[in-house]
Design a protein around this ligand. Structure first.
Ligand code: OAD
Length: 247
């Protein structure tokens, strides 16, 4: 087992913890990550489908991809990594979870201090009147869902080339720069602005811990890099922390 002693001391000495997650945290639930072979759908890469241009040119194709991802997500459950992040929220007074994931699994697991940077795949937004609505996954999915105003619905997620909600982004910047302990988990750390949050945390004085399947562009910049599966490492960290807390 890895040596978590320094991390556990940090966890014991603060209540101000911020976590950034990416697709890797949901991988053990069975949700494919974006990058790498498992991320491909048919012959497409996410960068080809998750864009306003792709939707304009071929909304049916883009919706087919989203319907496929939504039904996959609808049928999976949070894993042991998600569960530890719920325990952290209950333990630390000032705990915030920022996620790039649109799968809603953190909410389903029980986290409530949650910022969904890239939106939520179960939500639609009308391209005409901007009204939002949640998909009814018990009903047959339409090839092209429409709003009651007649406008086409799009998934209420942030696509490549689109801005993040400025309020959400500013909150994420503040939470990162103010945190004492910052975890970055299961993200390839290449998509901006999310990838800059661990660096903002570091600049603000936080102890930054990365948990990821592979090294990333930020690995050499963090205080502690733990290479492996989030669903295994997070429970180990929690066990070490609880053990130390009882001493
Ligand atoms: P990626 O697919 O780019 O990266 C997932 C990372 O998780 C990789 O570095 C893997 O090594 C790692 N990983 C895989 N399984 C893991 C496990 N069990 N435990 C820990 N790590 C694991 O996903 P993101 O970084 O989340 O944007 O991608 C960022 C954004 O790009 C997404 O939010 C999405 C996408 O396009 C939008 O939808 C706007």
């Amino acid at each position: 087992m890895m040596d978590y002693s320094q991390l556990v001391e940090k966890m014991k000495s603060t209540q101000c913890v911020t976590v950034l997650t990416g697709a890797g945290v949901s991988a053990e639930s069975g949700v494919p990550t974006f990058r790498g072979e498992a991320g491909l759908w048919r012959e497409y890469r996410p960068e080809q489908l998750a864009t306003p241009d792709a939707f304009e040119q071929d909304p049916k194709l883009v919706w087919e991809w989203y319907q496929w991802r939504r039904s996959l997500i609808y049928n999976v459950k949070p894993n042991r990594g998600h569960d530890v992040l719920v325990k952290m929220e209950r333990k630390f007074k000032d705990f915030h979870l920022i996620t790039q994931n649109v799968d809603g699994l953190h909410y389903l697991a029980g986290n409530r201090n949650l910022l969904e940077l890239h939106g939520n795949i179960m939500r639609h937004r009308c391209v005409s009147c901007q009204k939002k609505a949640y998909a009814d996954m018990t009903e047959k999915q339409e090839a092209l869902p429409h709003c009651s105003c007649g406008g086409l619905y799009r998934p209420d997620v942030v696509w490549f080339g689109e801005m993040l909600d400025p309020d959400v982004l500013n909150q994420a910047f503040d939470l990162s720069s103010q945190s004492d302990l910052f975890f970055v988990i299961g993200t390839s750390a290449v998509v901006q602005p999310a990838a800059s949050l661990p660096l903002i945390a570091k600049k603000g004085g936080a102890y930054v811990v990365e948990i990821n399947g592979d090294p990333t562009p930020i690995t050499s910049l963090v205080d502690l890099s733990l290479i492996g599966r989030a669903g295994e490492i997070l429970p180990q960290i929690w066990k070490a922390y609880m053990h130390r807390s009882q001493e």
